[in-house]
Design a protein around this ligand. Structure first.
Ligand code: FEO
Length: 398
């Protein structure tokens, strides 16, 4: 396992997880990386972040190609989530459990909570840290996306260690933005932003404004995130894209997402999708039997409307639909229009429950839910088209 040189004294020493597909409930079809970085100076060696548990040997192997890992003097933890800290106890046991682990105040608290018996020497960072004749400067980025999150910046190289920010889940041998075309990384960056960062767009927007106002944005020449690749050619590109995404500005698109028991709700979804397309709306059709919640959430991110269909099972939502709603609720999408529909047999609570959830989520809901008993007939299509029309009209008013 080889390290990758970023500059004369900065190296990528992380791990590549080609096989992960379920990242805490989020589908990662291209795997992921857990990036860690080594700052190597004659008199001090600093490790920035670590890796998920199980990848400790990969990190240590890469470090050992540069220096004996036991020479690491200090570890900075920019983010306490397990994909970056799970390997911390094992790595510290190897390099010396007494070595300081520096984190934000909340990071110290979170790491202590996660590893109460590890004996880590946790210390809260000040505004900066000597990394061997120069300072690493810290910036707390609370709730982007955890309370402990922080950025570290090395002014002499204009190099930002951005933990989860500006990352993506992509396992590949390439380590730099100039090695991967935007048509490959663009959808993955969107997928990551939609599923990980959407709930925190207000905080990210404020951070981008602060970074610009402080003049830091102009100083950034390289961004080293904890997932994906290093932005060395054009870090401004991903900052520019984030500045657009934080606005959550919807486009003329509707997502029709549903599940079905005996094809009746499916039939309604197809009719609705066709109707919306006929209204010059980009209509995106997803059955939860074969689409993962996080894939559909990515489709929803830039859509103006989310229209959810469900059968009724034992007076409740269909389980996959309940799962999807719980997931999108956690993402706190803004500026959405909602709609509900579904077929039922002897009772029809499902679509009503969807409608209530859409209102709870703060979506604009321009029409009543459409419920059809048993198999939809031609006569049932009128209310469905009326629902589609209401939503199409509202999308066009945006
Ligand atoms: Fe990559 Fe929030 O952990």
């Amino acid at each position: 396992m080889e390290p990758i040189k970023i500059s004369d004294n900065i190296f990528w020493v992380g791990a590549v997880d080609y096989d992960i597909r379920d990242f805490h409930g989020y589908l990662t079809p291209r795997g992921s990386t857990y990036n860690a970085y080594l700052i190597v100076k004659d008199n001090k060696i600093t490790l920035i972040d670590t890796v998920k548990h199980g990848f400790e040997d990969e990190l240590l192997s890469r470090v050992s190609k540069i220096v004996d890992p036991k020479r690491i003097d200090q570890v900075v933890s920019n983010h306490a989530e397990m994909d970056h800290s799970g390997g911390l106890p094992g790595i510290l046991r190897h390099i010396g459990i007494e070595k300081p682990v520096l984190a934000s105040t909340m990071g110290v608290k979170n790491l202590a909570g996660q590893f109460p018996s590890a004996g880590l020497n946790l210390q809260a960072v000040g505004p900066k840290l000597d990394v061997g004749g120069e300072d690493l400067v810290f910036m707390e980025t609370r709730m982007i996306h955890w309370p402990d999150s922080m950025f570290s910046f090395l002014p002499s190289q204009g190099l930002l260690f951005s933990q989860d920010g500006f990352g993506m889940h992509l396992a590949c041998p390439e380590r730099f933005d100039d090695e991967i075309p935007e048509d490959v990384w663009g959808p993955l960056a969107l997928n990551y932003f939609a599923n990980i960062l959407t709930p925190y767009t207000v905080q990210i927007g404020k951070l981008l404004e602060k970074v610009a106002a402080d003049g830091l944005a102009a100083q950034i020449r390289t961004i080293c995130p904890d997932h994906g690749f290093v932005w060395r050619r054009n870090p401004g590109r991903i900052i520019e894209i984030y500045a657009k995404w934080v606005q959550q500005k919807p486009r003329r698109k509707a997502v029709v997402v549903f599940d079905t028991m005996w094809h009746s709700t499916e039939y309604m979804a197809r009719e609705l999708t066709d109707f919306l397309a006929g209204q010059d709306i980009e209509a995106s059709y997803h059955c939860l039997k074969n689409r993962h919640r996080s894939e559909v959430a990515t489709e929803c991110f830039e859509a103006a409307a989310i229209i959810i269909g469900t059968p009724t099972i034992n007076n409740q939502l269909f389980p996959s639909v309940a799962d999807f709603i719980a997931y999108v609720k956690s993402l706190k999408f803004k500026n959405k229009i909602g709609g509900a529909f579904g077929s039922h047999g002897w009772s029809g609570e499902g679509a009503k429950l969807v409608q209530a959830e859409l209102r709870n989520m703060g979506y604009s809901v321009p029409a009543d839910e459409v419920r059809v008993q048993w198999v939809p007939q031609e006569k049932d299509l009128g209310p469905l088209k009326a629902l589609g029309q209401s939503i199409a009209d509202e999308i066009k008013r945006l």
